[in-house]
Design a protein around this ligand. Structure first.
Ligand SMILES: C[S@@+](CC[C@H](N)C(=O)[O-])C[C@H]1O[C@@H](n2cnc3c(N)ncnc32)[C@H](O)[C@@H]1O
Length: 250
């Protein structure tokens, strides 16, 4: 099988881990609670990134596995969660047997996969009957301060801000899980605030992966747009939200 599409994530991995790695912890905890992940739970995190969910699952005594298309992310995840079995793999071709895990999670990943139906079918394949698929991702722009910054950057580039994707809208996650043959058991919205210590950290995080020329040109746009999110200590606090849902394989 061909190597999965890295899509630039390996190059971004250290910067991602530093700026964004732990910001989704509130929703990760919600998913781990909703799936009752605990000692011995066989859990697979798809699109595991730098391994923060794997580390939280391992803290609870779970038997954790992770898959990510980007080798650079897999290396960080393996270091963060040393007991986990972390592999380079595409969400649509998971290298684990049928019915081999109790819980599959995917955080901020499903909106990126090329073939969502194939990724969901693969998650269902590796789940035991009665197993749980727990997913989460960005909610609609209206709930995210980060989108205020993104809209200002788009405007400065004479672009339109991107429209909300189908998974970001109310009912979007539930619809795709139901279409994949699963029974949705719970869903909701969780706050995932993101903070930056100063202007430099704000620009680094908001423009992660951009070249030096773009950083120099667009950095001031980011700082100006984020002025309303400044904190008294000179940092920034952006309030954002993720939608989540948990569904059971029949
Ligand atoms: C936005 S990051 C989120 C990482 C992690 N889940 C988190 O919450 O921090 C998206 C991750 O999904 C991975 N990814 C994107 N498409 C993928 C695919 N088709 N199969 C596996 N991983 C994928 C990327 O390499 C990246 O690590």
């Amino acid at each position: 099988m061909d190597a999965p599409e890295d899509d630039g994530w390996s190059a971004l991995a250290p910067g991602w881990a530093a700026a964004w790695g732990s910001f989704a912890d509130p929703v990760r905890r919600v998913l781990l609670d909703a799936t009752r992940t605990g000692p011995g739970t066989r859990l697979l995190d798809v699109g595991c990134g730098s391994g923060e969910l794997l580390a939280l699952a391992a803290e609870r005594g779970a038997d954790a596995r992770g898959a990510d298309a980007a080798p650079g992310m897999v290396a960080l995840a393996a270091a963060r969660a040393p007991a986990a079995d972390v592999r380079v793999a595409d969400a649509a071709h998971l290298p684990w047997p049928d019915a081999s895990v109790d819980v599959v999670t995917a955080v901020a990943t499903l909106h990126l996969v090329e073939d969502l139906d194939a990724a969901l079918a693969e998650a269902v394949r590796v789940l035991v009957p009665g197993g749980l698929l727990a997913v989460a991702g960005w909610a609609e722009a209206a709930l995210n301060d980060l989108d205020v910054v993104g809209a200002a950057v788009a405007l400065a580039d004479d672009d339109e801000p991107p429209p909300d994707g189908p998974l970001a809208r109310e009912g979007g996650l539930e619809a795709v899980l139901t279409a994949a043959g699963l029974a949705v058991e719970a869903s909701g919205v969780v706050g995932v605030p993101w903070s930056a210590a100063d202007d430099a950290a704000l620009v680094r995080g908001a423009l992660l992966g951009e070249d030096p020329g773009t950083l120099a040109r667009t950095g001031p746009v980011v700082v100006a747009a984020a002025v309303r999110f400044r904190t008294p200590d000179g940092g920034y606090l952006l309030r954002n939200a993720f939608r989540w849902a948990v569904a059971r394989r029949p």
